[in-house]
Design a protein around this ligand. Structure first.
Ligand SMILES: *[C@@H]1O[C@H](CO)[C@@H](O)[C@H](O)[C@H]1NC(C)=O
Ligand SMILES: *[C@@H]1O[C@H](CO)[C@@H](O)[C@H](O)[C@H]1NC(C)=O
Ligand SMILES: *[C@@H]1O[C@H](CO)[C@@H](O)[C@H](O)[C@H]1NC(C)=O
Length: 292
């Protein structure tokens, strides 16, 4: 190889590399993060990802096609048991309500795969089975199975519809991580919850799935109650498990479990503003009722 050819291929490489690098992580760099910290009032930002993490990696984590659930799905507006809830407590934490169900507080890691929709729904399904079985069933269910086997759910690691994952549990069942016992056992059709009933449904049956719009400031969330900062840029839809609610410094919130490892956010958890449909989080909660 002559010198000029070597030089030009090297230049092409450098050009491509720098184009790629500059595309990477504007929202992960320190200046951007400290700017968010100066604007966000109710929450704090910090370093969750290495600043050179490629943009592609981050976008791939956002695999929910279920933000603002379509009206073609079943919306659950009533349940005879809802009447048994006479008042909604100011705070609720499913981990404390059902202490024996340790899966409720188990943070998972979806890795470099857009299977948040599978982790959130299979997680809530396992929790609800534990609650329905009075603690006899207390295991994780396989997010991998639904990610790779449910063709109707979407595109596996490239994203999926949470409600379709519930439908898959209804018709096909789901195995535990360790053995091959399959748990199907959904009593009725899975449903999308209307805002008014989200809390009642959680108090009776357990955690639910929630989808919401992710903006670039959310990626670096560390603590407090998240609400989008004014200039944040939309990145994609994400799906998580909702395990409760509360009020922090007069701001109501939903308590959420992410599937980006316990190194992300507040030990793997985050809080998001409640009651104002923040990032459409109250438009698209899904669940099902397991029968044990
Ligand atoms: C979090 O990431 C670390 C390092 O990659 C890994 O060892 C650990 O298993 C992950 N945690 C979970 C809950 O998957
Ligand atoms: C829950 O755990 C407690 C303490 O370990 C135990 O005494 C109780 O029997 C458990 N309840 C169920 C329903 O398994
Ligand atoms: C948002 O962007 C506008 C227009 O670029 C700018 O004037 C404003 O100061 C920005 N606000 C914040 C809080 O960064």
């Amino acid at each position: 190889m002559n010198i000029s050819l070597l030089f030009s291929s090297c230049a092409v490489f450098i050009f491509l590399f720098s184009a790629y690098a500059s595309e990477q992580t504007y929202f992960l760099n320190k200046d951007y993060i400290s700017k968010i910290n100066s604007v966000a009032r109710t929450w704090k930002v910090g370093i969750n990802f290495h600043p050179e993490t490629p943009l592609k990696f981050i976008l791939r984590l956002l695999g929910s096609k279920g933000v603002q659930a379509s009206t073609t799905y079943l919306f659950k507006s009533n349940d005879p048991l809802y009447k048994t809830i006479l008042s909604i407590p100011k705070e609720f934490d499913a981990r404390k309500r059902w202490k024996n169900c340790t899966t409720i507080g188990t943070i998972r890691d979806q890795g470099n795969c857009g299977s948040c929709w599978a982790f959130s729904t299979s997680g809530a399904f396992a929790d609800r089975l534990c609650i329905a079985s009075n603690g006899k069933f207390n295991q994780l269910l396989s997010a991998e199975q639904v990610t790779s086997c449910c063709y109707r759910c979407g595109l596996g690691c490239q994203g999926g519809y949470p409600i379709k994952a519930w439908q898959y549990y209804n018709t096909r069942g789901l195995v535990t991580g360790g053995n091959f016992n399959s748990f199907q056992l959904v009593k009725d059709f899975p449903y999308v919850l209307v805002y008014e009933n989200i809390q009642k449904d959680m108090m009776i049956y357990g955690p639910i799935e929630s989808s919401f719009d992710v903006y670039d400031d959310f990626i670096s969330y560390k603590s407090g109650v998240y609400s989008k900062t004014p200039n944040a840029t939309y990145l994609g839809g994400h799906s998580v498990k909702c395990i409760g609610w509360g009020v922090e410094r007069n701001v109501p919130y939903w308590l959420m479990m992410n599937s980006w490892n316990s190194t992300w956010g507040d030990g793997g958890y985050f809080k998001i503003r409640r009651g104002t449909n923040e990032c459409k989080v109250e438009d698209s909660s899904t669940a099902g009722v397991p029968e044990y």
